[in-house]
Write a protein that binds this ligand. Structure first.
Ligand SMILES: *Cc1c(COP(=O)(O)O)cnc(C)c1O
Length: 352
């Protein structure tokens, strides 16, 4: 996966620099927020310096304490942000159907201290959101979304990140579009949006004076990055379509290899950010691909077993299987179809 920057970003940055802007968050950031909000269909979008800090700010401003259910298969930032905000992440297993929280086993993890469920729509896929809403209502929990990987993906046509009270996207350099680093919170809740804006500016309602309303820190974005983000938003529709084409091509070419499993993916709604496969003998496959100059990356470890969390315990979760077999294949939207055919030929050669 690689970002795509070209003359569009170069020219926009040059124009911005000549305009005398102060680089920090101002009108370009407002414009980018408007573009994102209308793309995903939310009332508000609040830019943050990263996806991690967007998750943190969302949890902190909502005052989420107690236990928060997070999936065991995710980028570690999901759990770390919960911890940083002062709550306790409680890991739950995923479903092999969509690699997201297994809703059928979720109630096993709900206790009197549970305050929220932080859904991760891994690789743009989502579980049955009606069922999830039913669960959160039944147990009186707040639904929040880490949709960092889901820009361009919907569940039944409604954009991911907009199902709960608030959702988060990331614009780090591997994500579908990038501002180098960056993230945002989207929400329809006007009061939450206002509180987030105050929180990210030292607890002030506006800059230029020192009137502090509440506790806050500096989580401002920069207009320099927003200028890039505005150009990236123009490329997003093409990238979303190209990602779907790439996934579809891989899927068609890899069909019939019994050593591989691909997660069922409805390309009408899901934009797979990475091409993920579950592979028998993953290490062997990835080193054979490496010998053929094809880079791959193992999927995430089961977060509950990583040193910062170190639960230990039984290792027969679905997340353990995915951590052991999951592999990301070359997924850049700049790949040509011939590149993808070549990768698939090498995979076929490996499995004989
Ligand atoms: C990338 C990512 C994050 C962290 O976002 P950053 O912008 O890198 O801080 C959080 N959660 C998930 C699921 C991610 O993929």
């Amino acid at each position: 996966m690689e970002p795509w920057f070209d003359e569009a970003e170069t020219n926009a940055l040059a124009l911005y620099m000549k305009s005398g802007g102060w680089l920090t968050e101002y009108s370009e950031t407002r414009e980018l927020e408007g573009l994102i909000a209308s793309y995903v269909g939310s009332e508000h979008c609040i830019m943050m310096p990263s996806g991690t800090l967007a998750l943190y700010a969302m949890l902190k401003v909502l005052g989420i304490t107690g236990e928060v259910i997070v999936p065991d298969m995710t980028m570690i930032a999901t759990a770390n942000a919960v911890r940083m905000a002062g709550a306790q992440p409680v890991f739950a297993d995923i479903s092999i159907r969509d690699l997201c929280l297994n809703l059928y086993a979720l109630s096993d993890h709900i206790t009197r201290r549970t305050s929220a469920i932080l859904l991760v729509s891994l690789n743009g896929r989502a579980p049955n959101m009606d069922m999830l809403h039913h669960l959160t209502r039944k147990y009186n929990l707040i639904l929040l979304e880490d949709a960092a990987q889901s820009l361009g993906s919907t569940w039944q046509g409604k954009h991911l990140g907009t199902f709960g009270l608030a959702g988060v996207f990331s614009f780090s350099c591997q994500k579908i579009i990038s501002t180098g680093n960056g993230g945002c919170v989207v929400t329809d809740d006007t009061q939450l949006a206002q509180e987030l804006r105050i929180f990210k500016d030292f607890g002030r309602k506006e800059g230029g004076h020192d009137k502090y309303e509440t506790f806050g820190i500096n989580l401002k974005f920069t207009d320099l990055q927003a200028v890039v983000g505005i150009q990236q938003m123009k490329k997003l529709p093409w990238r979303v379509e190209r990602k779907k084409e790439i996934y579809d091509l891989y899927r068609n070419l890899l069909i019939g290899i019994t050593e591989l499993t691909l997660v069922t993916t409805d390309l009408e709604f899901t934009c797979p950010w990475f091409v993920d496969i579950l592979a028998k003998d993953r290490e062997g496959l990835s080193s054979f691909l490496g010998m053929n100059s094809i880079s791959t990356r193992p999927m995430y470890p089961a977060i509950r077993l990583t040193p910062p969390y170190g639960y230990g315990g039984a290792q027969d979760w679905i997340s353990d299987t995915v951590a052991k077999c999951g592999l990301w294949l070359p997924s850049s939207s700049q790949l040509a179809d011939t590149d993808i055919r070549m990768v698939c030929d090498v995979i076929k050669e490996y499995y004989g």
